[in-house]
Design a protein around this ligand. Structure first.
Ligand code: 4AD
Ligand code: MG
Length: 450
């Protein structure tokens, strides 16, 4: 039975016979023996394998170069070297696949841009191995958070006929060259979903507390380091809940995830601190233990207007906060995470609940230093007449959204939810600066490799 490098390194005692497989990181040869550092991606560290000249398989040693895959059977013994607890004295080595000299990951210190162009090989580097182990761990923590709170996991559709955000940034799904919707596969226009929220609401209005966690797609032509055309979103939705409860959940969610990372990802965090962001751990610890600031949109605009900084986008009430504003608010004004709420109605989607002032809606965004908006949510308009009027104002027809109005017709309840961008969460907990570097194969305008 093969044992992972992680389990070998965590072993409590030596073992006479172990088997492992992995990729060669480095090899040093002397006359009588060779040292091979083998990494199998189960953890950051590799394990040192000592191959004596003449053991079975050693005649192929010269081909066990950086990038080659090998299998080793040997004895797990305490390592005399510093900083490493265990090493393997090989009884037998086997070359599975050689890696010719053109293997691109020969030397350390490749640029992020170059590594994106070899996204099929970059998980074999220390840094990206750590990123994608973190991604897996964080996904698990998301499910644990909701599971511990009795939220039901709902799979909302990926193909949909509704444009949740109303921004028209949808990829069309079609099998029909003619372009006539009635001749198409679904006999109507259909798209890849931009959000599972509307369908999620139907389940919250039945099962009370639900969440979705799946891929979402946006055909927005944004060339920023924080936008991808395909990304994953987590969307809880709670019946019998208002904006206040929604903000509470969002902040608790962030803290839970960050604590989980601090407690369980020691090894991988250390590499992000060393190579990506020196202040990472202290930033995460501050969020895990400290509170969130809250500020209404109106106050946020005042703070921005009163600041000495000049922004590229001038600040006035009614505008969308740009990333420069969001980052200024949390990085300079409150110096930490910030939840902004009650945004102008005119810049928000149709489904948000109107406030009594007639100008704002119960929207909220969670902003964090370094990333900006990480979560966006709202209390939903649960009053039939007001929702119908909002839909008319947005040119949304009853034909398409009658089912959504029905939730307000039959046993309507106050309800609220939010969407958290999974890649943005990952950027926050790893310090990685570009969304393309926390998703296995990024889809951005002009880029659909692999
Ligand atoms: O703010 P958004 O657009 O909100 C919604 O879609 C709501 N329907 C969510 C809800 O209330 N259930 O998106 C939510 C989050 C953003 O805060 C951001 O983190 C992320 O999704 N996001 C993106 N991440 C990467 N690339 C993009 N193009 C993104 N657009 C949004
Ligand atoms: Mg948003």
């Amino acid at each position: 039975m093969r044992i992972s490098v992680k389990n070998l390194l965590n072993s409590e005692k030596g073992q006479e016979s172990v088997k492992l497989g992995g990729w060669v990181r480095t090899r040093r040869d002397s006359k009588e023996f060779s040292f091979i550092e083998v990494n199998d991606g189960s953890c950051l560290q590799g394990i040192q394998v000592i191959v004596d000249a003449g053991i079975p398989g050693s005649q192929e040693l010269s081909k066990m170069s950086t990038g080659a895959s090998i299998e080793v059977v040997g004895e797990l013994v305490e390592s005399p070297g510093q900083g490493q607890s265990w090493e393997v004295r090989a009884h037998e080595v086997k070359l599975l696949g050689s890696a010719p000299d053109d293997f691109p990951l020969q030397k350390k210190g490749h640029s992020a841009e170059f590594l994106r162009s070899i996204a099929h090989l970059r998980p074999r580097t220390n840094l990206y191995g750590a990123v994608f182990r973190m991604r897996s761990r964080l996904a698990y923590a998301v499910h644990r958070f909701f599971n511990e709170r009795d939220f039901t996991y709902v799979h909302t559709p990926i193909i949909t006929a509704s444009d949740c955000e109303g921004a028209g940034e949808m990829f069309q799904v079609t099998t029909n060259a003619s372009g006539k919707p009635e001749e198409d596969f679904f006999a109507k226009r259909s798209y890849l979903t931009v959000s599972g929220q509307l369908e999620g609401e139907t389940f919250a209005c039945a099962l009370s507390n639900i969440y979705t966690f799946g891929p979402t797609f946006r055909a927005e032509n944004s060339h920023t380091s924080r936008h991808a055309a395909e990304f994953w979103m987590i969307e809880p939705e709670m019946a019998f809940c208002d904006l206040e409860g929604d903000m509470d959940l969002a902040e608790e969610f962030m803290q839970f995830l960050v604590r989980d990372v601090l407690e369980n990802n020691e090894g991988d965090l250390s590499i992000f601190e060393r190579f990506v962001d020196r202040g990472l751990r202290s930033r995460l610890e501050a969020l895990a233990t400290g509170g969130f600031n809250r500020m209404s949109y109106t106050e946020a605009v005042e703070r921005l207007q009163n600041s000495a900084k000049s922004f590229d986008y001038p600040v006035e009430w009614g505008m969308n906060l740009q990333s420069e504003h969001e980052r200024y608010l949390c990085e300079e004004v409150v110096k930490g995470p910030l939840t902004v709420y009650n945004y102008p109605k005119s810049i928000k989607p149709f489904y948000m609940r109107s406030n009594d002032d007639g100008k704002t809606v119960t929207a909220m965004d969670v902003l964090v230093p370094g990333v900006g908006e990480i979560i966006g949510g709202s209390q939903r308009e649960e009053r039939y007449d007001l929702l119908k009027a909002a839909m008319e104002a947005h040119d949304l027809s009853d034909d398409h959204y009658g089912w959504y109005l029905d939730l307000r017709k039959y046993g309507t309840v106050p309800h609220a939810g939010f969407g958290a961008g999974f890649e943005r969460l990952l950027m926050y907990v790893t310090g990685m600066q570009n969304i393309r570097d926390v998703i296995p194969f990024a889809r951005t305008p002009g880029n659909c490799e692999f």
